[in-house]
Design a protein around this ligand. Structure first.
Ligand SMILES: O=P(O)(O)OC[C@H](O)CO
Ligand SMILES: [Mg+2]
Length: 297
């Protein structure tokens, strides 16, 4: 049985209904495997939930069938989503901080991950209180040698090959939109050419059309524009691991599935349309995409 609830309640799976430009309420959905959230609509203010409760209750009866977005294209983040590279950034930060007698605090990680390198570096030296001793540029220079050594050894995240192979076999156009520089992209992907060859195109953080990094929508909008056909953002499903990446996708008007690091506080997951513990838990049918033919989903 579904029931209507306000957004303060985070305990159960839910979806939201709202009148454009006004408020939102959350309708809880039946339990499904894994931790998943589906949202129907979204808006800015929160002051009229009671006025839409009748509409929400009526709509809830056929919610899954009525709000299923028609996804035609998929855009993947790379670091921490396709490739297990975020661990390298953390390791290098720890090493550099040790020089200053400091330790890396994972609570800072959500502010750094997914951003362009220089934007992330500025936040890092300031928040760690070392800006008077190390410039953002100096930080990037110091970490570069270590990262270049590490990146070629990166592994694919669980479920990546299965999902990308499946979408490719079913003719779903895919792209990558990463904050990573093309120089690092080449190092990270040198042993994963098979999955990246299935992408229609790749947008890197240094792309001249990407004026601002995530959470700006630039990289996702550029990625959507470069498909063969003109793609409406509402037909694009983004996969992301980082809070700023989720924000970028939503700012682009796209749907987003978040696969966060287990260490990420749950408060950073609230804007994603669906949250999964692994890409292995993704069910394409939930998004109108062709179902897997193997046992899981
Ligand atoms: O998560 P991505 O792929 O946008 O990459 C961003 C940085 O390179 C790493 O946080
Ligand atoms: Mg990422």
């Amino acid at each position: 049985m579904r029931r209507l609830q306000t957004e303060e309640d985070e305990e159960e799976e839910s979806t939201e209904l709202a009148m454009p430009g006004e408020t939102r309420a959350r309708v809880l959905l039946p339990s499904k495997p894994g931790r998943k959230r589906r949202r129907a609509f979204k808006s800015k203010s929160h002051d009229r939930a009671h006025q839409i409760s009748t509409m929400a209750t009526a709509a809830a009866a056929s919610l899954y069938s009525s709000v299923k977005p028609s996804i035609t294209h998929v855009v993947f983040d790379m670091d921490g989503l396709l490739l297990d590279t975020e661990i390298f950034y953390s390791e290098v930060q720890e090493k550099i901080l040790a020089r200053f007698g400091k330790t890396f605090d994972w609570s800072l990680k959500p502010k750094l991950m997914g951003r362009k390198a220089i934007e992330s570096a500025k936040i890092f030296v300031e928040e760690m209180g070392i800006a008077d001793q190390l410039t953002p540029e100096g930080f990037l220079e110091e970490r570069e040698g270590m990262l270049q050594h590490m990146f070629p050894d990166c592994k694919e995240m669980p479920g990546v090959k299965r999902l990308i192979t499946h979408l490719h076999a079913n003719g779903v156009p895919m792209a990558v939109a990463t904050g990573s520089h093309k120089r690092h992209f080449a190092l990270k992907t040198q042993n994963h050419g098979n999955i990246f060859a299935m992408m229609h195109h790749v947008v890197t953080g240094d792309d001249p059309e990407v004026k601002k990094g995530k959470p700006s929508p630039d990289c996702f909008l550029v990625a959507a524009r470069r498909f063969e056909t003109n793609v409406d953002p509402s037909n694009v499903l983004v996969f992301e691991d980082a809070p700023v990446g989720v924000a970028a996708a939503k700012n682009a008007g796209m749907y987003v599935v978040m696969v966060p690091d287990p260490k990420l506080d749950a408060s950073y997951q609230k804007d994603a349309d669906e949250v999964l513990t692994s890409l292995l838990d993704f069910n394409p049918s939930n998004w109108g995409l062709p179902p897997f033919q193997d046992a899981k989903n």
